[in-house]
Unconditional design. Structure first.
Length: 386
């Protein structure tokens, strides 16, 4: 029996609860249990160009269940299951889940303060692949690749932080990821499975009681299990090569909390990717993001987020459209979200809340098939406890 099947069987009860009751909570984020049911409309669930996007918005219902509990003071369990169903386009249905076990604590060594975190996690994602060049379920060599990007993933993480004083903290972490995609027995189709290792080092500086800066840099190496590099002349696969990426990333930002009711977060991220075979997949990417949470009253919250992101391939060449579906495509654009949550009732350690969320994104691309605009609106009810 596969890991994915075992996980799904173990979380059937969670799914049942979530369908009765998907976005991250505002007032209820810190509760041990969050169950949400959402009804909404999405005018472009597959992020297709204007040529293929639906003429009318597609209605959906989304059930989301999150569990967080603490064991033995130092051990934490997190789990989440999300199921989304679309009325008129079942291709857009999605089933997602994850579970994580974390050990964290503080200690002293030679009078110095430290804290650490070690975790292991698993996640799966199940969604139909729809081609941006046809607006139909993806095909390769005349065969369906609807399950092309279904995946299972295992993560292992360790972090150590040195607390110099109340102002400075320094940390380092290591992450191991193994990701396996659905295997389709189609000659010539790349295997997307990979494993990667990531090393990160950074610091946090508490500038005042109102805000703090953070900055970290990381190096990541991603090795594909059975995928070829491509030549720069025409993008053909090079026999006998093994694709390997090296990533270098800078991440920095500022968290500002002028009072107990308002929280702002500003983030800048820049990353360079290098393909060690020919440089065909070399790329740069980055984003600027700003988010805010405002507590209007004891029972009402506003949430907003704006993010500009860009992904650029260094070596742009004309390649076979069939292979472009496997490769990342250049893009740049903006995503904006506005949400409102109102806690209707509280009883003992439980909350019942209603929320409204509006989201819009607009991305441009030199390839018109990858230019898209998307808007969605949703209304949800969330129950949280403990």
């Amino acid at each position: 029996m596969s890991i994915r099947l075992l996980f799904r069987l173990a979380t059937v009860s969670m799914v049942c609860i979530s369908i009765l009751c998907p976005s991250e909570g505002l007032a209820t984020d810190n509760n041990a249990v969050n169950a949400t049911i959402t009804y909404g409309a999405d005018d472009n669930p597959h992020k297709l160009s204007e040529t293929f996007k639906p003429e009318e918005a597609v209605n959906f219902i989304k059930g989301d269940f999150k569990l967080r509990t603490q064991l033995f003071k130092k051990l934490y369990v997190h789990a989440r299951v999300t199921k989304t169903l679309y009325d008129d386009d079942p291709r857009a249905d999605r089933f997602y889940g994850n579970a994580k076990l974390t050990l964290r604590d503080r200690f002293r060594l030679s009078g110095e303060k430290f804290k650490y975190k070690v975790s292991a996690g698993y996640r799966f994602n199940d969604k139909t692949f729809v081609s941006k060049r046809t607006g139909l379920v993806g095909t390769y060599a005349g065969q369906s690749i609807a399950d092309r990007y279904d995946s299972d993933q295992q993560n292992y993480f360790a972090e150590l932080i040195y607390i110099q004083n109340s102002i400075f903290e320094y940390g380092a972490s290591y992450e191991q990821r193994d990701k396996a995609y659905e295997q389709l027995d189609i000659p010539g189709l790349s295997n997307l499975d990979y494993s990667h290792q990531k090393f990160t080092a950074g610091l946090e500086y508490k500038a005042s009681d109102l805000g703090r800066f953070f900055m970290n840099g990381s190096f990541k190496q991603r090795e594909y299990v059975d995928r070829r590099g491509r030549d720069l002349e025409d993008g053909n696969q090079i026999v006998g090569t093994d694709l390997l990426y090296n990533y270098a990333t800078l991440n920095m930002g500022y968290i500002y909390r002028p009072n107990n009711d308002v929280r702002w977060r500003y983030t800048y991220n820049y990353e360079e990717r290098r393909d060690t075979v020919t440089g065909y997949y070399n790329a740069t990417s980055g984003y600027l993001a700003m988010s805010a949470i405002h507590r209007i009253s004891d029972y009402q919250y506003l949430r907003a987020r704006v993010k500009y992101s860009k992904f650029s391939l260094v070596n742009q060449i004309e390649i076979n459209p069939e292979t472009l579906e496997d490769d990342a495509s250049e893009k740049q654009g903006v995503t904006a979200m506005l949400g409102y949550e109102w806690i209707l009732a509280t009883l003992f350690d439980t909350n019942l809340a209603v929320y409204v969320e509006l989201e819009h994104s607009n991305f441009s691309n030199s390839d018109p098939f990858y230019t898209h605009e998307k808007s969605s609106a949703s209304l949800g009810i969330r129950w949280s406890a403990f």
